[in-house]
Structures are given as structure tokens and as C-alpha cells.
Write a protein that binds this ligand. Structure first.
Ligand code: HEC
Length: 260
């Protein structure tokens, strides 16, 4: 006799299709990933972070082009960046965002994030396409912050997305970790026992609201050190001061909240 243990579903928002499927088949154990029906908070948060990374990668992959003083129109339109971000996202997750039901929270929030990406790119066109200027200050981390700001403006009642960093490495005060984020960075991510790259999550309030919160650590690569590396205090190309970070060191984190 098969018993469906309901507690298994408590953290899934839309388990009903999977439930029907499990009842109909009634031979195999329930698999939580049937279709897009089962949307756990963890899955939603991870997907929002993955889309941010997928879009930010489009900017890093085109940084040389963006900084090219000899070119005017760079072809980095909102459509171009959105489509590349979608294909990076599909490579990472196996999901096509356009196939997600927009009445589910996952589909709704991903679409809101895509629209934030499009808005940021539309607003950046004049800066990016100016010829005769090399470095324009349009960087992956700045793009990411702008996307999270637009996302917050559109969907801040349901979720929050943020790029943050260890306190001593924060450049832009807007990216400072809050108390919970700082605790995760210092006590989890910096612990020698912590598995590199692993997401950490917890149900804990954010700004007084009940929330599922998740963070993913990010580490300095060689390409980051031109700005975030040594010697500490020296000016980088942006005019900011280098942090003195080293290769492989924890340099930042993506932080997501899903409000309950
Ligand atoms: C060309 C210089 C440059 C490079 C290269 C660079 N960054 Fe940054 N980074 C910045 C600037 C400037 C900011 C501040 C962005 C803002 O205003 O939000 C920043 C912000 C950040 C933040 C947000 C927290 C903060 O300090 O405000 C993280 C995390 C970060 N960078 C990580 C990285 C990583 C990881 C890489 C490499 C993959 C990298 N950066 C490469 C210049 C750079």
C-alpha cells in the first residue's frame, strides 16, 4: 500500500500535479521534479541566482567589446542580452524560461528578473555605444546591482535579490551584507570545513518579514584581481581602491530572499 506523506510537500508550493501523477501511477516513489509543478523555495531562489549569474556572464563575455573605443553600436541590445542570458540559464538548469507557467511563482519571478535585465540594458545603451571612449564603467558587478535594484522595484514584495561581499571587501555601500548575510559569510562560507560553492539556506526574517533566505558564495578568479587584488589600496581602472584579495578567496555572494 502506498502512502503519500504530506509533510514531504510542505515546502513545495505547487505539488498538486506531481501529487496527481503519483496517485495515478502509484508504483514509483514520488519524484519532486516532475514538470515544473514542484516549486520549492530552494529551487526558486537557486534559479533566481542562476539567472543573475547567466546574465552577468553575458556582460563579462563582452567586456572587451564594451570597452572598445573604436566601435559605436556594440549590438548589446536588451534582446541580445536577454536571449544570451536565457540560453546560459538553460545550459545551467535544463529549463527554458519561456516554457515556465507564468502563474507559478518561479515563472513569475524569473520573468520579472528578465524584464529587469532588459530595462538595465535599454538604459545602458547610450553609455555602451559611445565611440571614442574606452573604459565606460559598465562592469558585471554594476550591471548585476542595477538588475537587482530593478527587480526589487518590480517584485520586492515577493522576493529580493542582491550581490553582496564580505564586509571588508565591500566597495559600494549599497551592497553591504545585512546581519544575517554577514553571519553566513563569516561563520559558514569562511569556515575551512565549508564545501566550496555550496549554497546555504535558512528560513529567517528579512526586514521584519518571514522569508526563505539563500546565499551562494563566489570566489575571486584571476580576472577579478586586476580590480580586487593586490596591492591593497592601489587604484584600479575604475578609480576605486583594490581590496588586496587573492586568487580563490571568497570575494562575494549572491543573496536571495523569498518572502512567505
Ligand atoms: C574592472 C574592475 C573590476 C573587475 C575586473 C571586477 N570587479 Fe568586482 N567590482 C568592481 C566595482 C567598481 C564594484 C562596485 C560595483 C557597484 O557599484 O555596485 C565591484 C563590486 C563587486 C561586488 C559587489 C560587492 C561590492 O564590493 O560592492 C562583488 C561581489 C564583486 N565585485 C566581485 C567580483 C568578482 C568575483 C570579479 C571577477 C569575476 C570581479 N568582481 C571583477 C570592479 C571590478
Amino acid at each position: 500500500m502506498h502512502k503519500i506523506v504530506l509533510t514531504t510537500f510542505t515546502h513545495f508550493r505547487f505539488a498538486f500535479v506531481g501529487l496527481l501523477f503519483a496517485l495515478a501511477v502509484n508504483t514509483t516513489p514520488f519524484v519532486a521534479t516532475i514538470g515544473y509543478a514542484a516549486e520549492s523555495n530552494e529551487e526558486i531562489a537557486l534559479n533566481l541566482a542562476t539567472l543573475l549569474r547567466s546574465a552577468r556572464a553575458v556582460i563579462s563575455d563582452n567586456q572587451k567589446l564594451i570597452n572598445d573605443a573604436s566601435k559605436g553600436d556594440k549590438g548589446l541590445s536588451a534582446d541580445f542580452v536577454v536571449n544570451k542570458a536565457k540560453s546560459n540559464f538553460e545550459k545551467a538548469t535544463g529549463k527554458n524560461i519561456d516554457d515556465l507557467p507564468s502563474d507559478g511563482l518561479l515563472g513569475e519571478l524569473l520573468k520579472s528578473e528578465l524584464s529587469a535585465i532588459a530595462t538595465v540594458m535599454n538604459e545602458a545603451q547610450a553609455v555602451i555605444n559611445e565611440s571614442g571612449v574606452g573604459f565606460k564603467g559598465f562592469l558585471p558587478a554594476i550591471f548585476a546591482r542595477q538588475v537587482t535594484e530593478k527587480f526589487r522595484a518590480n517584485s520586492g514584495d515577493k522576493a529580493d535579490l542582491k550581490l553582496t561581499a564580505p564586509k571588508k571587501y565591500v566597495r559600494n555601500r549599497a551592497n553591504r551584507p545585512d546581519k544575517w548575510e554577514n553571519g553566513v559569510i563569516e561563520k559558514q562560507f569562511k569556515s575551512p570545513e565549508y564545501t566550496k560553492g555550496k549554497a546555504f539556506f535558512e528560513t529567517t526574517p528579512k526586514k521584519g518579514k518571514n522569508a526563505f533566505r539563500l546565499m551562494i558564495p563566489e570566489y575571486y578568479k584571476a580576472s577579478c584581481l586586476a580590480c580586487h587584488g593586490e596591492p591593497k589600496g592601489e587604484r584600479d581602472i575604475t578609480g576605486g581602491k583594490k581590496e588586496g584579495g587573492v586568487l580563490g578567496e571568497l570575494g562575494g555572494a549572491i543573496s536571495v530572499a523569498i518572502f512567505q
